[in-house]
Design a protein around this ligand. Structure first.
Ligand SMILES: Nc1nc2c(c(=O)[nH]1)N[C@H]1C(S)=C(S)[C@@H](COP(=O)(O)OP(=O)(O)OC[C@H]3O[C@@H](n4cnc5c(=O)[nH]c(N)nc54)[C@H](O)[C@@H]3O)O[C@H]1N2
Ligand SMILES: Nc1nc2c(c(=O)[nH]1)N[C@H]1C(S)=C(S)[C@@H](COP(=O)(O)OP(=O)(O)OC[C@H]3O[C@@H](n4cnc5c(=O)[nH]c(N)nc54)[C@H](O)[C@@H]3O)O[C@H]1N2
Ligand code: SF4
Ligand SMILES: [Mo]
Length: 899
């Protein structure tokens, strides 16, 4: 029987509502929820393919596992054994070395209920604030920015503002790819209103930038100079609101003093843009009815991330572009529940419900609400992510519990992270998938339920709380994250603080939510008017949502600070003095390139989920380092060549991609690829752990690197049809033996391996044949040329090309790969497969995932003069989820310019 379950997408902070279709055992389909106010039925490519991420059990963490010592394999155990082991080991370390010898590293992808229990376990039971999350890598500069300027965390804006703004400023946000459904809303608004102006501030010409009226392609890291220069111009042009500044803010005089020096000319020079463009941006911003800024990692992931946020908020306060429809500084949340994590205080530097660790009254309030002695709460802030791993490396923190994040891929400077986990006495990894780069370090693996299987709530970018509901029961013995934390907490409590009443008597996630709600009473994020019942009857709600008896209202507040009263003690917002400082690691003659990192349209972080869906590889089939063609020419490098990109800290080999999306002097790498797919941990081998002094957020977007040709004469291309998860699992262990190796996927069932080395690794090809099940037999042909070091093996199944290995020389393998992906019956004599074809086939990218429309099909029509509407009608591309529309526009306009 078909069941429909209302839930929420587990990827980005847009927080789209989904309707999950299931047959009781399996998830069979998905649709956008037409009633959800974030997406009104829309989904992007990632949301639409969610069912495929939970379709197979391969690589899933299904049972608890323990290893007795570092040299042994992990063994399956029952839940009681695993939970007891974690509790006893933690208790032991706490007794011997004190509460700060243990730490938790958790995630903005946990549900609010999961987060709440973890936070209570660390702070309330153990008495350590060593609980930090991947939000430190993501939102912490935005949190510091809001608190230092508006007095409290959380955006003052809402999604309706997207439709109401007439000036939209994107700063360090590639929203077309990272928040696609909100971007669709902006596109729609722009199409109906001719007066809407878009400004994009990004050192790269992204799909978001391609749609802008003004793209400020600034030098990396120079945003503060730009905003200061814009403010200078706004003051000069009398575009500020003196009355608002006088009545509702503090600190303008000091800021004015600073920005006096930032003339548009001087600022524009720092940023590498024209003075005229800077002034245009300032004027559009200052003169509009509603100026809305949308910002993300290009601002936050910086050694001056808080200042970047503050300098932008300064602009909003000076011009009163805040607290009114269509206006305000709107920090886009990256992960689905980074907001919820902030609400329950799940970070090393905060307490529950926006309280502060260092505030004695706040600690007393929490202690009272939890029913514990105030002394149990540590007054010392815990260690934020980068420092936490440093302390593990130094042996100060002995036990670490990681949940729902993959630090051996996503933290900067991976060598240090691996060293830390090697040093740690005890590592717990709570994961849904076993093939991530962090799992090999686990002494205990706790198998978690994932999307479609778990229950609780999340808060999206506009402070809206939605329900996450399970459509099916997870496979094996997986459990919800809150349950796992709660079970260990109860056992640990018996060890270290036996009490008559357990702090962890939660029987279900609703009870956890209700306790969290109680802690918000009277705070800026008061949700005392909200319950699972209200969410059920009235749908998702924004906070604050206090109980307002007089109105009997069941609606949260859409926009904050409309009365000009801010969340500071005196109600006034603060201007902050923000001098411009360069990036932490400037380029030099040894490391002459500025490395930028970021996201791809169809992949999610470490790809443990999107990497399970072959069709999500079609838009960007391979990992690459992108360089400007002029830089490549100067160095004699060609597209597709293997290059070594390295910083002072570490490096990796990647194929070179050429594009003028990056300016000369900069290179770009996507953050997604890692040890599941590469012979390295990905681009964070090279990034730097320098952090912002106020937010402790690392500068993941900027590092100085050099790029050299990797001369690796022995090449291999292999591909095979089948269960891509099983193939990935079989190939992953082979990657490390090559100087370069990468797994990718294509079609619906093809896994591809490309590798390079000085010479063939000994015995490796036999292992590869086994992994691909390409053993000699009637349907397998082999060709060897020992003198030229060539080995080719090809297999067929049911008259269709099934798999091949081309080793030594890969000429012609690209065409063969296309044939394999096409899956057509084999024509002619099989032996002809070994005659090398001439010409170089480059893989045809799939631009539109929903309708599977390829780049070549689009180009064919574009040269004939087709516009986006024409493409939509003729090919159907861009008519379903719309994720490819910005790219279609870009392809049409590029051709128009060229002709
Ligand atoms: N497809 C997809 N969507 C996602 C995610 C994903 O993994 N995949 N992850 C989600 C998460 S957790 C997050 S945090 C968001 C991130 O969303 P975004 O921040 O929008 O994405 P990024 O690509 O990381 O970075 C945005 C842009 O910052 C630019 N940039 C780099 N340096 C600077 C600079 O100094 N100044 C300025 N102004 N810009 C700079 C980069 O060129 C890049 O285009 O995406 C969310 N959505
Ligand atoms: N160079 C560079 N590095 C970056 C960034 C960048 O832009 N550039 N961006 C940074 C940012 S903004 C972010 S947010 C981080 C993200 O980095 P990570 O947090 O490492 O990202 P994910 O791969 O999403 O990790 C989530 C893990 O949880 C697992 N999982 C899935 N569902 C569940 C569940 O329900 N329960 C549990 N327990 N586990 C589950 C997944 O399999 C996955 O391994 O990366 C950061 N790193
Ligand atoms: S925009 Fe895409 S990834 Fe983000 S919540 Fe919506 S469907 Fe999920
Ligand atoms: Mo993020």
């Amino acid at each position: 029987m078909k069941t429909i379950t209302r839930s929420t997408c587990c990827y980005c902070g847009v927080g789209c509502g989904v309707l999950i279709e299931s047959d009781g055992e399996k998830i069979t389909g998905i649709q956008g929820d037409p009633a959800h106010p974030a997406n009104y039925g829309r989904l992007c490519t990632k949301g639409m393919t969610l069912p495929l991420t939970v379709a197979s059990k391969t690589n899933r963490a299904l049972y608890p596992e323990i290893r007795i010592n570092r040299d042994s394999e992990r063994q399956r155990v029952d839940w009681d054994t695993a939970l007891d082991t974690v509790a006893l080991k933690f208790a032991d370390i706490i007794r011997q070395h004190g509460p700060d010898a243990v730490a938790f590293y958790i995630s903005g992808q946990l549900l609010t209920e999961d987060y709440y229990v973890f936070n209570k376990l660390a702070k309330g039971l153990i008495g350590t604030n060593n609980i930090d999350t991947n939000s430190r890598l993501c939102m912490s500069s935005a949190v510091s920015g809001y608190k230092l300027s508006l007095g409290a965390d959380g955006p003052p804006t809402c999604y309706e503002d997207l439709e109401l703004a007439d000036c939209v400023l994107f700063a360090g946000s590639n929203m077309a790819w990272a928040h696609p459904v909100l971007y669709r809303r902006l596109e729609a608004a722009k199409a109906t209103r001719a007066d809407v102006k878009w400004i994009v501030i990004d050192p790269r010409r992204t799909d978001t930038a391609a749609m802008a009226d003004l793209h400020l392609q600034i030098q990396p890291g120079t945003d503060v100079a730009l905003f200061n220069g814009m403010l200078h111009h706004l003051i000069w042009e009398d575009l500020i609101d003196p009355q608002f500044v006088a009545e509702h803010t503090d600190g303008f005089a000091e800021l004015k003093q600073l920005v006096r020096d930032y003339t548009p000319r001087m600022a524009a020079e720092i940023c590498g843009i024209t003075e005229a463009d800077l002034m245009t941006a300032a004027e559009w911003f200052g003169r509009s009815q509603g100026a809305l800024s949308l910002y993300c990692m290009g601002l936050n992931q910086s050694a001056h991330g808080t200042d970047k946020n503050l300098a932008l908020i300064n602009l909003h306060l000076a011009t009163r572009q805040i607290g009114k429809p269509g206006a305000g500084p709107f920090s886009l949340t990256g992960q689905p529940n980074a907001m919820g994590g902030r609400e329950v205080g799940g970070m090393a530097t905060m307490l529950a419900a926006h309280r502060d660790i260092t505030n004695a009254d706040h600690r007393a309030e929490i202690a009272r609400l939890w029913g514990i002695d105030t002394e149990r709460l540590s007054p010392t802030p815990g260690l934020p992510a980068v420092e936490m791993f440093n302390a593990i490396r130094a042996g100060k923190i002995k036990a670490l519990w990681i949940a729902c994040t993959n630090p051996v891929h996503s933290m900067p400077d991976l060598n240090l992270i691996r060293e830390a986990l090697d040093t740690a006495e005890f590592v717990v990894v709570q994961e849904a998938f076993l093939n991530t780069d962090t799992v090999p370090y686990a002494d205990v693996v706790l198998p978690a339920a994932t999307w479609g299987e778990k229950s609780g709530t999340v808060t999206n970018s506009e402070r809206r709380i939605s329900r996450v509901r399970p459509a099916i029961q997870g496979p094996g013995e997986v459990r919800g994250d809150w349950w796992i934390a709660n079970e260990v907490a109860r056992r640990l409590e018996a060890q270290i603080h036996p009490a008559r009443f357990s702090l962890f008597g939660f029987a279900n996630e609703e009870q956890v939510f209700n306790e969290h709600r109680r802690l918000t009473e009277g705070k800026d994020l008061d949700i005392t008017g909200l319950s699972y019942g209200v969410l059920e009857s009235h749908g998702p709600q924004q906070w604050p949502m206090p109980i307002v008896e007089a109105y009997g209202e069941t609606r949260g507040q859409a926009r904050r600070y409309e009365d000009g009263v801010f969340a500071t003690a005196d109600g006034k917002a603060r201007f902050n003095v923000t001098p411009y400082l360069p990036v932490a690691e400037p380029t030099n003659s040894r490391y002459p390139f500025h490395l930028l990192t970021g996201r791809l349209r169809d992949q999610w972080h470490g790809m443990s989920r999107t990497g399970r869906v072959p069709r999500l590889f079609a838009h960007t089939p391979e990992a690459a380092l992108t360089m400007n063609p002029l830089d490549a020419e100067r160095r004699g490098l060609k597209a597709g060549e293997l290059v070594k990109v390295s910083s002072k800290r570490g490096g990796l080999i990647l194929p070179l991609g050429l594009s003028d999306e990056v300016t000369t002097g900069s290179v770009f790498a996507a953050m997604h690829w890692n040890g599941q797919f590469l012979n390295s941990g990905g681009i964070n081998e090279s990034t730097i752990g320098a952090v912002d002094r106020k937010s402790f957020q690392p500068e993941l977007k900027h590092a100085a690197v050099r790029v050299e040709r990797a001369d690796l004469p022995w090449r291999l291309t292999a591909a095979c049809r089948g269960d891509t998860q099983a193939l990935q699992a079989a190939l992953q262990p082979l990657l490390k033996d090559c100087a370069y190796a990468a797994i990718t996927m294509a079609g619906d069932d093809v896994a591809i391996l490309k590798a390079a080395a000085d010479s063939a690794p000994a015995g490796w090809l036999e292992k590869l044949f086994t992994a691909l099940a390409l053993q000699p037999g009637p349907d397998v042909l082999e060709y060897r040329d020992a003198r030229r070091g060539m080995v080719k093996r090809v297999g067929w199944q049911d008259g269709v090309l099934h798999g091949f290995v081309w080793a030594g020389d890969v000429t012609g393998s690209d065409q063969l790969l296309e044939q394999l992906i096409a899956g057509e019956p084999w024509q002619g004599a099989r032996i002809t497969v070994f005659s090398p074809k001439t010409g170089n086939a480059t893989r045809d990218r799939v631009v539109c995932n929903c309708k599977q429309v390829k780049e070549s099909q689009i180009r064919e029509l574009v040269v004939l003069g087709a516009d986006v509407d024409g493409l939509k009608t003729k090919l159907g591309c861009g008519t379903v989820c719309g994720s490819c529309v910005p790219e279609l526009k870009r392809m049409c306009s590029a051709t128009a310019v060229a002709s």
